[in-house]
Structure formats: C-alpha cells, structure tokens
Design a protein around this ligand. Structure first.
Ligand code: CMC
Length: 439
C-alpha cells in the first residue's frame, strides 16, 4: 500500500503503514535518540507490519490516535506515575508543595528548576508584584468584548494582546525571558479579574501591593479582602493546577514555542486549548452535571443511564492515571476544610455518592475522579462564578506553560509531525460543466 492510497479512516483505528522516514519526519532529538523516540509502537493487540520495501530508509509508521503513549519531547519538569497516583514537580511530590509552598514558590521551581532561596523568592515576589498592573489600553479593549462572551475567550485575546505591548522579541536574551515570565505570571490574574468586573458593568480595580498573589487575585475579583484560609486554599489549588507534563494545552504551548514566536502567543495558544471540555473546561461541566443529578438518591439511576447512553462522566478518567488523580485527593480535602469553616454544600454529598457508585461501574476500567472533579466544589464555596473556573486553571497552568517554553527553547526543533494520507489519489481537474452532481 502506497502513501497516497485512499483508505477509509476510522477515528479509533490505529493504522500501520510503511513510509519513508525523511529528515522532516525524524525526531527532533536526532541521532541515536531519534531512532529510539520514533521506534514504532504497536497498538495493544496489534502487530507491527513489516515495511513494504526493504530499503534501509523505510520503517513502519504507526498511527496512535491522540498520540497516546508517543513521546513527543524530553522533559525534566514534571513526572506522573499513573498507576501509583504520584505526581512530582521537579522531583517534589505535589502534596508536599501544596502543604508547604506557595504558588509563586512553585512557579519559580517549575520555571527555573530549583526551589528558590529566601532572597530569590523575595525578589521574584517583588518583581511579580510590580508587574501586576495592565495597560489602560488592555482594559479599554476588554470593555469592547461582549459581556456574554466566555472569560476564556476574553483571556485568550488579552494574553495575545500582550505581544502588541511588548513586541521586542529576544528569545536568546535571559533578561527578556525573565521579564516575559514575570509579566505573564503577574498580568494573567489581573486580566481574568478585570474581565469579571467589566462584564458586570464595573471598572476593574487595581491590584493591592500589600496582598500576596492569591489574596490579591481574590480581592481584584470580589473587591473584598479574602479570608486568610480561603486565600491559602485558593493558593494550594493554583499549585495543584500549575503543571501536568505534556497535556493538550502544554503540547500546544510547546508546538507554538517551537516556531520561535513570542511567549504571549505561546500562552494564548495554550489558553485556547485549555478551554475545551475534555481538558480544563471539564471543571465547569462537573458542576452542571451535579446540578443535573440533583440529589444523592438520584445518583445511581443517573449514572446507569449516562453509562448506557455512552456519555462521558465529567471529572472522571485520565489518559495518564489508572487510579484516583492525586490532585483530586488533595482537592477533596481542601473542599472539606472549606465546608468545616464556611458551611456544608449538599452538592458535595452528590459528588461523593457519584464517586462511590462510579468506583463500582467505571473503576474496573481504571476510570476515577480527576483534578476537575472536586476543584469546582472548592471554587463554588469560595464564591467564584462557574465560568471563571477554567480561567483560574489557566492562571495556574501559565507557570507550567512557561517552564515548557523555556525548556523548548533550550533544545528547540520545530514540531512538524507527519501524517498518513487517507484522501483521493491524484486526479485530473474537471471543468465546471463536467463535474458529477453530488448524490
Ligand atoms: N466517563 C465514562 N467513560 C469514560 C470516561 C468518562 N469520564 N473517560 C473515559 N471513558 C471510557 C471511554 O468511553 C472509553 O471506553 P471504551 O474503550 O469502552 O470506548 C475508554 O474509557 C477510553 O476513553 P478515551 O476517551 O479514549 O480516553 P482518553 O485517554 O482519550 O481520554 C479524557 C481522557 C480525560 C479525555 C476522558 O477520560 C474524558 O473525556 N473525561 C471526561 C472529561 C474530563 O473530565 N476531562 C478532564 C481531564 S483531567 C484535567 C485536564 O486535562 O484538564
């Protein structure tokens, strides 16, 4: 079968074909590593077929839908042990970071590779604090956005607009990299909070220099200084969402970064990818789903119906985990801390019952709660509107995206995977009057 052979294409159908590996399709790693990284991987139960020709430059190409199990980079930022449910950032377990660190300290660790010293942390915090404000032009631009628009779309547009204001691009200048990191970490929360007030018909408020990162964000959002426990729990949520290896939005960030465009375009492309309901957008859908279920006694019947209808249960399942996501375990604890302090939420009872029933129905397939299952309940208790859950995810994940941006620049090769062509064979152009009428 040649590369241009027409073939019926099924979404879930891994295809093994012989193809010439050209320099364009080889791994960015090059050399011996390249050979290892591009070695064919057969789909479960599928045997790799021999190459169609014996030419030394040919090897079987294997199509893995969703690139499942295909290494697309080498990275030292984050590691996931999906069978034990362990997540580490630069080697530090995320539960230790959530208990003992702040979000800014974690962002520093992710981006620069080591936990900061007391002086490094103080400098980083001060730098971020100094760059929290956004230009009045950006605020004015946001006033032109429709109030009914989704805050993720507003964030994507605003993040991209930073490239207009900071248009000097010097990717090989360490000072430029540091400034871009600080600017993005500092300004993304301000833009999320600004759109929230603007869409309510209010003027955005300026950040407060006496408040730490998370407390300041909650202040800019609500115009009230938050309770210290609420601010601390919110900060832990940011830590838990800060990084998660080569997920869809991070992959998007790395692909964009590999073209050597500016970091604002990198983050804007990642924001767009995060917005989808199979990725960051699931946290909103979880609460809609819990609303739909309504009460604890409805859970079992609802779940059986949803499974029969082959619906995805939002906040469940993960490409990497076969056990409960460690972040969901921590977020559940944080939700309980909030309920103890600020009052119970009956929606939590529905969620717990759903987790218990789903463990029987979906657990044997390795489908358990992921990070999005309990995060929405935490944000709801903090009084945050549902459609801001994903922008908050983006505030946190900006740290991870920037860590990957730096890493990508350190060993860059433009992403340019290959494809397996399934369209028509070469055919002659037909004049208008000679074209067959579509049936
Ligand atoms: N509910 C019911 N069945 C599921 C679910 C779910 N949430 N997730 C996976 N499955 C089933 C799926 O139907 C399929 O079954 P079968 O083999 O019988 O057809 C099998 O498990 C494999 O599913 P998949 O969709 O091919 O798995 P994936 O690795 O491509 O997708 C996922 C991972 C997260 C997109 C998926 O589990 C899902 O859609 N979950 C719901 C949305 C969600 O919670 N997303 C947040 C993900 S975590 C945070 C983030 O990344 O932002």
């Amino acid at each position: 079968m040649g590369l241009t052979s027409p073939r019926k294409f099924a979404k879930s159908d891994p295809i093994v074909m012989a193809a010439k590996i050209s320099s364009e399709t080889a791994s960015p790693l090059g050399g011996a590593e390249s050979a290892a990284a591009t070695a064919p991987v057969s789909a479960p139960g599928q045997t790799s077929q021999p190459a169609a020709t014996a030419a030394p430059a040919t090897a079987p190409l294997v199509f893995r839908p969703g690139l499942e199990g295909v290494p697309a980079t080498q990275s030292a930022i984050c590691d996931i042990d999906g069978s034990r449910g362990v997540l580490t950032y630069r080697g530090y377990p995320v539960n230790q970071l959530a208990s003992h660190s702040t979000f800014l300290e974690t962002a520093y660790l992710l981006i620069w590779g080591e936990l900061p010293t007391i002086f490094q942390l103080r400098d980083f915090e001060q730098e971020v604090q100094m760059h929290r404000r956004v230009s009045f032009r950006i605020r004015d631009m946001m006033k032109c956005f429709p109030a009914s628009g989704h805050p993720m779309d507003a964030l994507q547009a605003s993040a991209a607009s930073l490239g207009l204001f900071y248009s000097r691009r010097a990717l090989y200048d360490p000072q430029y990299i540091t400034e871009a990191v600080v600017r993005l970490i500092a300004k993304i929360p301000t833009m999320v909070a600004a759109f929230q007030l603007i869409r309510k018909g209010q003027d955005p408020i300026q950040p407060r220099d006496d408040l730490a990162y998370s407390a300041n964000f909650l202040y800019m959002l609500t115009e009230r200084e938050p309770d210290p426990l609420a601010a601390r729990i919110f900060d832990a949520c940011l830590i838990l969402h800060a990084e998660h290896s080569l997920n869809a939005s991070t992959f998007s960030a790395r692909v964009t970064a590999s073209t050597l465009t500016d970091p604002y375009a990198v983050v804007a492309s990642a924001v767009g990818t995060l917005a989808g309901p199979l990725h960051g957008g699931a946290n909103e859908d979880v609460l809609d789903m819990l609303d739909e279920i309504g009460s604890v006694d409805q859970v079992e019947a609802w779940l059986d119906r949803a499974i029969a209808e082959k619906r995805k249960i939002m906040g469940f399942g993960h490409r990497e985990y076969r056990v409960k996501d460690p972040r969901a375990v921590i977020l559940q604890g944080l939700a309980e801390d909030l309920f103890l302090r600020f009052g119970h939420d009956s929606m939590y009872d529905v969620a717990r019952r759903l987790e218990a029933v789903a463990a029987e129905r979906l657990g044997p397939k390795g489908i358990f709660p992921n990070v999005d299952f309990y995060s929405g309940l935490v944000y709801r208790k903090l009084g945050i509107p549902r459609d801001l859950f994903t922008p908050i995810f983006a505030i946190a994940r900006t740290a991870g995206w920037l860590a990957h941006w730096r890493e990508q620049l350190g060993a860059n090769r433009i992403y340019r995977p290959t494809q397996i062509y399934t369209g028509s064979l070469e055919r002659p152009w037909l004049p208008l009057e000679g074209r067959p009428t579509p049936s």
